[in-house]
Design a protein around this ligand. Structure first.
Ligand SMILES: Nc1ncnc2c1ncn2[C@@H]1O[C@H](COP(=O)(O)OP(=O)(O)O)[C@@H](O)[C@H]1O
Ligand SMILES: [Mg+2]
Length: 452
């Protein structure tokens, strides 16, 4: 049963102290029965059951409790009460209204009375609170058991994707110092480039350029911080890949939503409780080479898979796309080298530079400003060749407006495209928007800079 199904199944919620008259006594007896239920069932045993078996088992226990100590009820009322108690026990308590709220993109629980949410890129504390650590742990148990995972002292960290798409991370004491911590990330909404332009993330001509670059099979790396919008941008860029191309996407946790007809989505898998069965991004990148892809889209490179990705880009899978966590294009390109060097295949550091210089054509830097807006800060071309020190050439840069001044397109400054990129685009018959042609750009010549 998915998270949403369970929420939907919990239509009636009685909050002790908030109801009136007769309902109060009913509410408190429900509360008591729920507590008894949790005392009687063995969570470790419940976790092993299928969702329907789980429900049947809980209904049995509640029926037993009711016959022993419950009020005398008609059989209809009794059935309804059993259902309600089980629903509430399977539900997610204080998290439900937050999960039901579509504007909430992330829920962060740092302890029973420390709950934060992200809305429109803004992180705010909310006054939702769990009754105590025990209730928080029970809620966490319910969430992770829905995906057949377990969290306890022997496996105090769990990262999982729910059937409904949410990504859940749990870490409990003693690793988490303040108490059990839970992070739920909603399946991200897909943005088209038109929406990114409307939202001020990029200007229209630069979006046209990126489209032409993807079509011309340039290999592009999106760089940015956590939550800056890398995956969202990668998804929008992937939308420019032609319908006839075979695309393999590779992710830690599936977030991409490509619309083309010929897409194979692959998702890595963490080790199970016994430490077995792990399939890494790297395994998937290697496997994808045997799948005849025209393009490989890797959600994010974080380690050894970087080398495999670079090798793929250099052996006929140009036009591949990925993201990396970095603060600037300069930072991104040197980081790719560091990540590639984490591979067990030992490649001399200079040789890695060679691989990066020939594999990567363009780096797009995205950032999230303090107000929550996302902006493409820079598009940079890789100008260095062979084993040269990395050199980057600005193609587009966002000129930060003065404080409080609203931004508009004039804040995006266009530079002439580097020769090599102009040639690649011409060879692929892609039209370069005039703003990026020599002699027509905002700035006469693009300055080159060394990154290191
Ligand atoms: N350009 C954008 N405008 C508005 N919201 C965005 C934009 N890009 C991303 N977001 C939102 O920000 C959150 C994080 O985006 P995501 O692409 O997953 O970031 P990252 O991959 O860098 O961690 C998501 O909720 C997403 O919908
Ligand atoms: Mg991401």
């Amino acid at each position: 049963m998915g998270l949403k199904d369970r929420i939907d199944g919990t239509a009636l919620r009685l909050v002790p102290g908030h109801a009136e008259g007769e309902v109060v006594s009913e509410a408190s007896s429900i509360h008591r029965l729920k507590r008894k239920l949790l005392e009687e069932v063995d969570l470790a045993e419940i976790v092993k059951l299928s969702p329907s078996q789980r429900r049947a088992r809980l209904e049995n226990v509640v029926a037993g409790l009711l016959s022993r100590e419950g009020p005398v009820l008609t059989s209809q009322a009794r059935t309804a009460l059993i259902r309600q108690i089980v629903d509430e026990s399977l539900g997610l308590g204080v998290l439900e209204p937050l999960l039901a709220d579509k504007s909430v993109t992330e829920i962060m629980v740092n302890g029973p009375d420390d709950v934060w949410v992200e809305r429109n890129g803004q992180i705010r504390r909310v006054d939702a609170r769990f009754a105590g650590e025990a209730e928080l742990l029970q809620t966490i148990d319910r969430i992770v058991s829905a995906v057949n995972r377990r969290v306890d002292e022997s496996s105090p960290m769990v990262d999982a994707r729910l059937p409904t798409g949410e990504r859940v991370n749990v870490i409990i004491p003693p690793l988490a110092l303040k108490g059990a911590s839970l992070t739920i990330r909603r399946f991200p909404r897909a943005f088209t480039f038109a929406q990114l332009v409307d939202g001020g993330t990029i200007d229209r001509v630069s979006a046209d350029l990126l489209k032409a670059m993807v079509r011309a099979r340039l290999s592009i790396v999106v760089s940015g911080g956590t939550g800056s919008g890398k995956t969202t941008l990668l998804n929008a860029l992937s939308g420019f890949i032609g319908e006839s191309e075979r695309v393999v996407t590779i992710e830690d946790s599936a977030e991409l939503q490509l619309q083309q007809p010929h897409v194979v989505g692959l998702e890595a898998r963490p080790a199970n409780v016994e430490g077995k069965g792990q399939v890494t991004i790297r395994d998937l990148v290697r496997n994808s080479l045997r799948m005849r892809p025209d393009r490989i889209v890797v959600g994010e490179v974080r380690g050894a898979e970087t080398l495999d990705m670079l090798q793929a880009m250099n052996t006929g899978h140009d036009g591949s796309l990925t993201t990396v966590h970095a603060n600037s294009p300069d930072d991104a390109i040197t980081r790719l080298q560091t990540l590639a060097s984490m591979s067990d295949v030992s490649v001399p550091f200079e040789a890695l530079r060679d691989q990066i210089n020939s594999a990567v054509d363009v780096i797009v830097q995205i950032e999230r400003n303090p107000g929550g807006a996302r902006r493409i800060r820079e598009i940079a071309g890789v100008a260095s060749r062979r084993r040269d020190t990395f050199r980057l050439q600005t193609i587009m840069a966002y000129d930060r407006p003065l404080d409080g001044q609203p931004s508009d397109d004039t804040n995006f400054v266009h530079f002439p495209l580097p020769e090599t990129i102009l040639h690649r685009m011409a060879a692929e018959e892609q039209v370069v928007p005039p703003a990026f042609r020599p002699g027509q750009a905002d700035v006469a010549a693009a300055p080159e800079r060394e990154a290191e």
